[in-house]
Design a protein around this ligand. Sequence first.
Ligand code: SF4
Length: 465
Amino acid sequence: MSSFKERADAALADPILKIAVERTAGTAEAKRAVAVDAFPDFEAARDRAAAIKDHVVAHLGAYLEQFEANAVAAGACVHWASTADEACRIVIDICKAAGAKSVARSKSMLGEEIGLPHALAEAGIGRVETDLAEHIIQLADERPSHIIWPAMHKTREQVSALFKAKHRSPHEEETIAAMAESARRELRTQMLGADVGISGANFLIADTGAICTVTNEGNAELSLVPPRVHIVTAGIEKIVPSMPHAIHMLRMLARSATGAALTQYTTFYTGPKRAGDRDGPEEMHIVLVDNGRTKMRAEGLTEMLRCIRCGACMNHCVVFRQIGGHAYGGTYPGPMGSVLTPALDGLKQSRDLPNACTLNGKCQEVCPVRIPLPTLLRGWREKSWREGLEPTSMRWGLGLWAWVARRPALYRLGTGMAVRAMHMLGRKGWISTLPLAGGWTRYRDIPRPAAQTFMAQYKKEERRK
Ligand code: SF4
């Protein structure tokens, strides 16, 4: 398996990837800015959103029990899964009991997190991804690269070629509308023929037992209503106390994710079809998944449980916008992924992620639930250091730096010499190679520094006064 650095290197060398990521992330950034400007007191709304999530997480057990009681009263079956494997096993058992040969799946990052596509394939159950971007990902046999736009790493031209190669009756005209029509032709019959519909949940409403999904294409509704069985997989942190809380979170989610006032299709499902209903599934199963979330509270990552998966942090991340989502390696990319992946997959395997951050704080500035992502990333760095996971060269290097930094005279001498040497090296205004800094200079030049350190210049100025 390749390392983060290898994947990042490959991504940086891919000019098409950069164009594709920049197109979507840039548009999302601009649209969010307009939506936030138009929202009366967005900062107060962020405070409220954070407070709602903190309250729920502090009383998680009580709200989950309330949700379960109300969902069961509405006719749904509620299942509890501690781990990803357990969640998949429950879903597969329900599919088998329903005699399902194929399932229609509406986009769910939790499904990706627990490895549901793989589990369905292993069980011999066919799967059709009904979200347009997930459909592209399924055809390309890839993983999502963004939590809102799973195929953002692909250009329109690449998608067109993919549809032409894989669709039974592909588009002829090179227009977005023709491509969408091609996907619609391909997907619709498969969706309507599925035995089971599987979705995630953007929110679980405790006082009604309802689940809420949001999509831009209406694919959730078409995947979940016609089949006989609807299975929901949802993280336990998705709970909100009541409908007004859900509405507040929806307003924050849509604006932060796409800059829209509300996502096109926002649907609340409360139990299966009732007597007299013309349509709807006969069975509804809700699988509540922990998969490390309870442990996150104990590990000082409680604030991360506020996350509503809007993707704003990655759209504004300078690192994500250079390397795209696949380089991160886990289910969740970008700043939130760099906090979550070590919690889900272990710090040893993913210690590069918290280190691949400039700590510029932009992610925290735009997060609708005020998650202090840079602080949480620093927490992982500290843990990695305490557990001795850094390479020996880094430990020695930092140890040496700390030793020198504790001796001011030596530190001044060393930095003064280094700055002078760099000043001489950058005669033409830039330094293109530097010992021990190859990782930086391979991709960009360093501007020539002044001939003296800041402190030396400051003292000189003070003397002159
Ligand atoms: S961490 Fe914040 S900005 Fe990032 S996806 Fe979660 S809620 Fe959105």
